[in-house]
Design a protein around this ligand. Sequence first.
Ligand SMILES: C[S@@+](CC[C@H](N)C(=O)[O-])C[C@H]1O[C@@H](n2cnc3c(N)ncnc32)[C@H](O)[C@@H]1O
Length: 344
Amino acid sequence: MSMDLSVVLELKTRKTELALPWDELQRLESFLGDTFGIAQPPADERYDYLARIRDTCGDRTADQFDQINNSRLERLSCEFPLPVEEQQFYVREEKRFYDLISTDPILGLVHSAKWPYIYDTAAYLTALIRIVGIDGPFIDIGCHAGYHALWLAKELGLKGIGVEQSKPAVRYARETAKRLGLTQAEISFDWRTITDRVPVGGYSLVYSSDGPIGITKESLGTVSKILANDGLFVCIGGSTPSMGKPEKDPPPEIVRDTLSSAGMSLLLADVVGGLDCALNGFCGNPVYVIARGKVPDVSDDLAIEFRTVWQDGFSDYCNTEGRAVSEKLVSKYRSWRTYGPRPL
Ligand SMILES: C[S@@+](CC[C@H](N)C(=O)[O-])C[C@H]1O[C@@H](n2cnc3c(N)ncnc32)[C@H](O)[C@@H]1O
């Protein structure tokens, strides 16, 4: 089936239609909770995952987690560029972190702190795949335990692959695939390079959610090698040590110029996220939906593009009296707009 990318352009003024029906959102919630222990943190208190790790996994694991996590966070206050030894140190700490959080139950406890982004990203990708008619194969770059890739394979029957540098995370993802009754032909995971074993014609969907791929010359060069001619590249978040800076969203002119030099265009700029119980505030992750070629008339004013989702509508929805804290996610707002109130 050939994909109709004009559908994505038409979504520009109707982004809330990138929504899942309520029963499917519920299925997603159960999938993440039952399979990985990734669940929405309690709404009435700030989610203190270190305390939860201490209670559940003991002092030794909690202290180890705390030490590694603190040294990762230190990086955010560093002056860039970093000297080579420091860069190498932080890359090692990053790896230790993702290795450590690749077993139950710490995997679920830590990932639950990222609930608004993990859950919303899964809902967003599912809706986009349906609306555009993407039929795979897909690649998830920096997939960690494979929660997004496994959901897409299980829910949509889409074939794909997850690439992840943490070997314990890959082992976890492989074992989980088996547990879910998925074969290697349906979904596979490995830690080899992204450009190995690319399917004939390329991937119809390449995505990276808070992964090592961003809107950089280097990343787009890699994506170009593996993306099908009519495929979509969806870049979500994209904070990465290799970008050299800790800021999450590159400025609009950089996005435009970098994409254009790589022969690509932005079709849609969007947002996932919502009320973050670990941060105790609202936070959104930018989503860039990108295709090959030059697309005319696409707004590259990202501030406007993000604001049309985040402020126009979503904030009123969240501030409506009686709105449950657990409903304050962009994905639920989209479902509310598209399918009406959640059935009781
Ligand atoms: C912030 S996590 C995001 C995980 C998941 N995609 C999500 O949205 O929650 C980043 C992941 O990218 C992985 N990663 C970082 N650099 C990588 C690389 N060069 N190749 C493959 N995976 C990488 C890390 O090990 C980590 O699991």
